[in-house]
Design a protein around this ligand. Structure first.
Ligand SMILES: N[C@@H](CCC(=O)N[C@@H](CS)C(=O)NCC(=O)O)C(=O)O
Length: 230
């Protein structure tokens, strides 16, 4: 079967989760940049909810990052990122759900979009959106700190799982904000996890193939279509 194709835009947090997992499993894939097609017919034909990533593998096309991650982990050889143990698997899925429900929305949609993505496009930050999110980000970092301060290398302990790759891109993007730079040093066990994750050969390989960071043109529309209402 031909190599899988990942559709998305290069700076997307969720697209980068999928690319990290493929890279870690050493799966060859091609990347199709949808930046100029976002929201248009070609994109909506792949993802009716107007999001990325989408994965195509032969005649099989799938969207939603959790579904893609499980598919990739099962369909391809390479290190398994899903624990065999039922409780560990439950814990991993708890983290993935928490990224989707709390970490990504507050770190990325509220703070990083306002401070970085919109700023690059000349759109002023909505301070109420940022202020609403900060206590929730702090709560999330406190949860991570408690979990990681018992000498754990990764979110589940000594085993690297899908959960770590779900958490990495949101925590990376938030580190680019002034709020991230101020908050992170208060959470030393979390900072050690981040350093470990940022220094994985997988992370370095994935970052090395990304284009230089540039503004996200279609994000101009997000200020109208899905800016949080705090
Ligand atoms: N529930 C989706 C969320 C994906 C998502 O929100 N992706 C963002 C990029 S990180 C997106 O597609 N944004 C494009 C847009 O809103 O125009 C998943 O898990 O894949």
């Amino acid at each position: 079967m031909s190599d899988p194709i990942v559709y998305g835009f290069p700076r997307s947090t969720y697209v980068n989760i999928v690319r990290l997992i493929l890279t870690h499993k050493d799966v060859a894939y091609t990347f199709e940049d949808l930046e100029t097609m976002m929201g248009k017919q070609e994109h909506l034909a792949l993802h009716p909810f107007d999001r990325v990533p989408i994965l195509r593998h032969g005649d099989f096309t799938i969207y939603e990052t959790s579904a893609i991650a499980s598919y990739v982990d099962e369909a391809f050889a390479g290190p398994r990122l899903t624990p065999q143990d039922v409780r560990a698997r439950g814990r991993m899925n708890q983290w993935i759900s928490a990224v989707n429900s709390y970490y990504y929305p507050y770190m990325i949609c509220h703070v990083t979009h306002e401070r970085v993505v919109f700023a690059e496009l000349g759109i002023p930050s909505d301070e109420k959106v940022v202020a609403h999110a900060l206590p929730k980000v702090e709560l999330g970092l406190g949860v991570l700190e408690r979990e990681l301060s018992h000498g754990k290398d990764y979110l589940l302990g000594s085993e690297l799982t899908l959960a770590d790759f779900f958490m990495l891109p949101s925590t990376f993007a938030f580190s680019l904000t002034e709020e991230g730079r101020t908050m992170y040093p208060k959470f030393p066990a979390f900072c050690r996890w981040r350093e470990r994750m940022e220094n994985l050969p997988t992370t370095k390989r994935q970052r090395a193939i990304l284009p230089p960071r540039a503004p996200i043109p279609h994000a101009r529309e997000w200020a109208n279509s899905h800016r949080p209402r705090y």
